[in-house]
Each structure stands twice: as structure tokens, then as C-alpha cells.
Design a protein around this ligand. Structure first.
Ligand code: 13P
Length: 248
């Protein structure tokens, strides 16, 4: 049985005050048998790590450089994330792929760096609306997944959470139906399982894209949906906690 996982991706929102308040509210809440991770903006990582120290809440960076260290102005390394107390990092979020032109190879290199620093990687994959309408969803998510399998090896997925985030559902209020999401999750799981049956069975595949308290339970009830990566709804602790409860 896979333990459910819920992550809150704050994106470029918040303030120091919000970081302490939000984290405090989540740490103080009764969270059932679900793993919870928060992904605040880089400047607030220390606040969130401090406010969640000693709790079950894990903290992660929203991105990590593909390089170990060096002259890469504006970048943050996986080692730095680890140094300030992070246990995870996102890789390949669609906003990074789209606005920063991150290629599949670059995302795979980021995952390799994240894993090399003993952090859990949360690998995001997902198709655009155009790609879905062209009937290319399976091809696109399979290609994005394949790049990481080729670079890091299938057993690396023992330390990877896979997030299916259809780009057309992110921040749009347009959620994939539970059936649509389940179909892609099952496909991703079958790819993992073809590489290694144990990895196929144990990898958490979570859904992201307009998850709200009102639709979370139905999504998380699907056989291959192991939780969610939450954007907008994680900025209100009550909503985020309701989503965690739906997973617990
Ligand atoms: P929304 O929940 O705002 O659609 O964002 C999802 C997401 O991108 C999480 O990483």
C-alpha cells in the first residue's frame, strides 16, 4: 500500500510573515497518515524549515540547479537546499519548462543533482492543451519520464515522487476529471513497472492542477493517484489542510 503524499507549491507567493503563519498552522494541525511537504520560495526556506523543525512536515525547494556549484548567477544548488534543511526539491515544473525553456535533458540532470544530494526529487510531467487536443498526451508524458529513467536509472524512482500536472489544468480552475487523470497515472505506472515491477508498484504518482478541497477526495480515490501537488489552494492553510485530510 502506497502512503499518500501531498505537497504545497507556493510558487512566487507569500511573505516572511505568511511563511511562519502558514507553516505554524500546518504543523499544529492533526494530519492523518499522509506525508506532507511544503515548497516555499527560496528566501523563505529557512523560516519554513525552522517553523517545521521536529514535525512531520518536510520542506523542499521549487527548483534546483543541474550544476553542483559554480558561476551560475541566480541559481540555487541541491547541496544548498540540503544545507538549509530541505528534504526535497521539485524538478521540471511546467512553469520552469515553459517560461525557462527547460528541456527534458536539463530536467533529468536536475533530478540527478537532487538525488546525488540525498534529497527526494518531485519530478513533474504533463502535456499542454494543444498536445492533449492533438492526441499526444501519452507521447509527451512518456518522453518526459523516459529522459529521467535514461539518465538516472529506474531504481532511482525509489527516491522520486512523480507528479502528473497537465498544463491546461494548472491555475485555470479546469481540473482533469478523475478518469482523465487516472488514465495518465496508469500509463506512467505501467512505464515504471516495465522497467522494474517493484518500482512500478511503490512509486507515488500524485496529481496537480486545480486541486481544491471539493475535488480532492474523488481524485485521490483513483487507484493510481497517490495524492496531490497543490498550487493555489495551498495558500490558505484551511484549504490545504482539507486537501491533506482528503488524502489521509
Ligand atoms: P494549481 O493548484 O494552482 O492549479 O497549481 C498546480 C501546480 O502547478 C502545483 O505545482
Amino acid at each position: 500500500m502506497r502512503r499518500k503524499w501531498v505537497g504545497g507549491n507556493w510558487k512566487m507567493h507569500g511573505s516572511r510573515q505568511m511563511a511562519s503563519r502558514m507553516t505554524g498552522a500546518i504543523v499544529d494541525a492533526e494530519i492523518g497518515d499522509v506525508e506532507v511537504a511544503l515548497f516555499p520560495p527560496f528566501p523563505y526556506l529557512r523560516e519554513v524549515c525552522a517553523a517545521s523543525a521536529g514535525s512531520k512536515i518536510a520542506v523542499g525547494g521549487q527548483d534546483a540547479s543541474e550544476h553542483e556549484s559554480g558561476a551560475y548567477t541566480g541559481e540555487v544548488s541541491a547541496a544548498m537546499l540540503k544545507d538549509v534543511g530541505c528534504r526535497l526539491a521539485l524538478a521540471g515544473h511546467s512553469e520552469r519548462r515553459q517560461y525557462h525553456h527547460e528541456s527534458d535533458d536539463e530536467v533529468a540532470a536536475k533530478v540527478a543533482q537532487i538525488l546525488a544530494n540525498d534529497l527526494t526529487a518531485v519530478l513533474c510531467v504533463g502535456e499542454t492543451l494543444r498536445e492533449r487536443e492533438d492526441g499526444r498526451t501519452a507521447e509527451v508524458v512518456s518522453r518526459q519520464l523516459r529522459a529521467v529513467i535514461d539518465r538516472c536509472g529506474i531504481t532511482a524512482f525509489g527516491r522520486i515522487v512523480l507528479a502528473y500536472e497537465p498544463v491546461w489544468a494548472i491555475g485555470t480552475g479546469r481540473t482533469a476529471s478523475p478518469g482523465q487523470a487516472q488514465e495518465v497515472h496508469a500509463l506512467l505506472r505501467s512505464h515504471l513497472g516495465a522497467g522494474d515491477a517493484r518500482i512500478g508498484g511503490s512509486t507515488r504518482i500524485v496529481y496537480g492542477g486545480s486541486v481544491k478541497p471539493g475535488n480532492a477526495a474523488e481524485l485521490f480515490a483513483q487507484p493510481d493517484i497517490d495524492g496531490g501537488l497543490i498550487g493555489g489552494a495551498c495558500l490558505e492553510s484551511a484549504d490545504f489542510l482539507a486537501i491533506c485530510a482528503a488524502a489521509g
